[in-house]
Design a protein around this ligand. Structure first.
Ligand code: FEO
Length: 370
């Protein structure tokens, strides 16, 4: 039995995307509740259909089967490509060939990527604010560059008040049913924050503008390209996104690695010191916890307290990866502190101090010593 079947989410609007509930990785980072690649099929009043986004190439046949459960795929006359990252466009060439869709709409940047990735030379380029009418329905396009690539746009159905938001408001959360009201909303919100931290966070500034524009629309439904569709919880996901885009912080994060248990043994001392300045602290042990999960909490942390042994003159590889992720994903940190063990020659604290100072963070305390 397929994990999901096509699900009607509004009059003539179907969720037809794919789910990979066993997936534990998404372009290199860790996910704990699977992955979905949402795509949507919209019926016109002329018997023709519009497909909004495709799926990862591995799931092309799954998408085709779900389209076929609604209509003959050859009735798909139009494909709207909101974003060309391969999780959404990987099946594009297969689906275009199977459906023989006549028209493809995408932004200028997406058209260029569709040509270089799949050889598509006949894409109709749309600009922000453009509208088209297909089968009696109006589709409005809003460009949202850098949420999460330069090519992104979202598609809005004004009459239906449905926003197909692509990556924005998404979550890596594979479930049997498409709507928020059919799922555990707390899990969906948790996964939305995890997704934001690992995908959208470096682009907080353009994301804030896109989110403000999106949330100013009359909305009955936000249908992202990952995870559940927001209906009764639009206010909740909107509030979360506004806070995350604004870099609002509510806590501190303590994270450490340990080779022989020495640094782990000092974690309580560091926690107690940190607790003098922060009341809410999340703690991670990188011997078992994944950096991606740390990033989800760093998205709302003002302080990171890092514990590392010295490993050949450097922090451990896990800690070095964490710091590289802090540099790349740009959480809203302003402070840091250190603890750990010295080894026989030291080095971890010096390297971490140089790096975190260079990122503009202010050191609050240092419990590393010989
Ligand atoms: Fe879900 Fe940026 O791709």
């Amino acid at each position: 039995m397929p994990y999901r079947t096509a699900q009607q989410i509004a009059d003539g609007v179907y969720a037809v995307g794919a789910a990979a509930p066993q997936a534990t990785r998404f372009h290199g980072y860790h996910v704990s509740q699977g992955v979905t690649f949402n795509a949507y099929l919209v019926a016109g009043n002329d018997g023709k259909y519009t497909l909004i986004d495709t799926v990862h190439a591995d799931h092309a046949q799954e998408l085709l089967a779900r389209i076929a459960s609604v209509t003959d795929p050859r009735n798909v006359e139009t494909i709207i490509v909101n974003h060309t990252e391969p999780d959404h466009s990987g099946a594009f060439a297969t689906i275009r060939k199977a459906t023989q869709a006549k028209t493809v709409y995408a932004t200028q940047a997406a058209a260029k990527f569709l040509q270089s990735l799949y050889g598509a030379t006949d894409v109709t380029v749309v600009k922000s604010g453009d509208e088209v009418t297909l089968g009696g329905r109006v589709y409005k396009f809003l460009c949202t560059p850098m949420v999460h690539w330069p090519d992104n746009m979202v598609t809005y159905l004004p009459a239906e008040q449905i926003l197909f938001s692509n990556d924005a408001f998404g979550q890596h959360y594979a479930t049997q049913s498409a709507l928020d009201t059919q799922n555990n909303v707390c899990d969906a919100v948790t996964q939305a924050q995890h997704y934001f931290a690992n995908i959208v966070m470096p682009y907080r500034t353009p994301a804030a503008k896109a989110v403000e524009a999106a949330l100013s629309l009359p909305l009955r439904m936000i249908a992202p390209s990952h995870g559940v569709i927001w209906t009764e919880n639009i206010g909740r996901i909107g509030k979360l996104y506004k806070a995350l885009c604004a870099g609002e912080t509510t806590c501190a994060t303590l994270v450490y690695d340990s080779m022989w248990g020495g640094t782990a043994a000092r974690a309580q001392e560091a926690y107690d010191e940190l607790h003098k300045i922060h009341s809410v602290i999340y703690t991670f042990d990188l011997r078992k916890d994944h950096t991606s999960d740390v990033m989800a909490k760093l998205a709302v942390s003002s302080h990171v307290c890092i514990g590392s042994p010295t490993y050949n003159g450097y922090p451990t590889p896990h800690i070095s990866t964490l710091v590289a992720e802090i540099e790349a994903l740009k959480p809203p940190l302003t402070e840091y502190s250190l603890f750990g063990t010295f080894g026989w020659g030291g080095g971890a604290a010096k390297k971490l101090t140089e790096k975190l100072d260079a990122l503009g963070l202010v050191k609050k305390f240092d419990l590393t010593h010989a």
